[in-house]
Write a protein that binds this ligand. Structure first.
Ligand SMILES: [Ca+2]
Length: 314
């Protein structure tokens, strides 16, 4: 709590110039919001499908103290938003800018980035614990999020340009896939945790180039049995791999732990090209197979760069 309070005070001074800049610019054109910073607040887990929107100020994750959360915060015209969908959408960053979680809590929405030639950062502020969770307490066996959804879905498609995406300081739990990444995109995943996702912790496809650093991927393929409420089908992990790079992709995995995967810990499906994926200073434990077509190393990725002499002395 003290940490959050100190963030709130320090963040106000950091955000204030941004807010002033955005407010002045928007006197002339709302669309200039794009490529700027918006803040995401709110966490009021209550039963039922109808989420609360008006609360006692400063409760239920009401960061800006206006008594609005959720969809009511999305539409009040400021730079604070109450849902991921709106923060990423045309009234928010318009798929091009920075979304920062400023309140801790469980968020039952996915992060979806589908535009080409954009630059997007989605992150939790320092001291904020933001959990992107498929499970809602009164909807534990939902088929839409746990059965086929991805907590993070980055799919800008193919074209002449690339999108650049940074995902930082988030926890992603209980989805069919923790992160699904495809298309022409360069992605950085930093300081994140992926836990108990069914098919993949992180799945990289298409032409994606992905750097994963200081991240933990645990127990992929393992969670309570999921029975679809619509068909009665029991879902099993397919395949239950921690981090997978499919053919045509490339990436590096650095200072990252992958444990207890139902299938492979870290796999590279570029057959005959083990160099497409660099795994440096990774920690793997108790995966069915720890590495597939990946040669772990203690050398930095990037070719020929020698680590500092004191790297292991800290
Ligand atoms: Ca609010």
């Amino acid at each position: 709590m003290q940490l959050l309070q100190s963030f709130r005070l320090s963040s106000l001074s950091a955000v204030a110039p941004f807010a002033l800049c955005v407010a002045v610019i928007c006197l002339n054109a709302t669309s200039v919001f794009a490529n700027h910073l918006v803040l995401l607040e709110g966490n009021c887990p209550t039963a039922g499908d109808v989420r609360p929107t008006n609360v006692t100020p400063n409760t239920c994750g009401d960061y800006d103290g206006d008594g609005r959360i959720g969809t009511a915060e999305d539409t009040d015209g400021d730079q604070v938003f109450g849902t991921l969908t709106a923060a990423l959408g045309s009234d928010g960053i318009n798929q091009n800018g920075n979304v920062t979680f400023v309140t801790s809590g469980v968020f039952n929405q996915s992060i979806s980035i589908s535009s080409l030639n954009v630059n997007v950062t989605v992150q939790a502020a320092p001291g904020v614990e933001a959990v992107i969770d498929a499970v809602r307490r009164d909807n534990r066996r939902n088929a839409d999020r746990q059965g086929s959804g991805s907590g993070i879905n980055i799919a800008p498609g193919l074209g002449d340009s690339f999108s650049n995406v940074v995902i930082r300081n988030l926890t992603v739990r209980n989805w069919a896939n923790g992160a699904s990444i495809s298309g022409n995109v360069r992605v950085t995943i930093e300081n994140c945790r992926f836990e108990n996702n069914l098919n993949y912790g992180i799945n990289v496809r298409g032409r994606a180039q992905v750097m994963i650093a200081k991240t933990e991927v645990h127990s992929t393929g393992y969670r309570q049995p999921l029975v679809r409420t619509d068909t009665g089908e029991t879902l099993v992990p397919s395949p239950g791999t921690g981090i997978s790079f499919e053919r045509g992709t490339s990436g590096s995995v650095f200072l990252t732990t992958v444990s207890n995967s139902f299938a492979v810990g870290i796999e590279n499906n570029n057959i005959g090209s083990p160099g497409a994926v660099c795994a440096s200073l990774v920690n793997v434990f108790n995966n069915n197979t720890n590495f597939e077509n990946v040669r772990p190393t203690s050398e930095p990725c990037g070719g020929g760069i020698k680590r500092p002499r004191d790297f292991f002395d800290r």
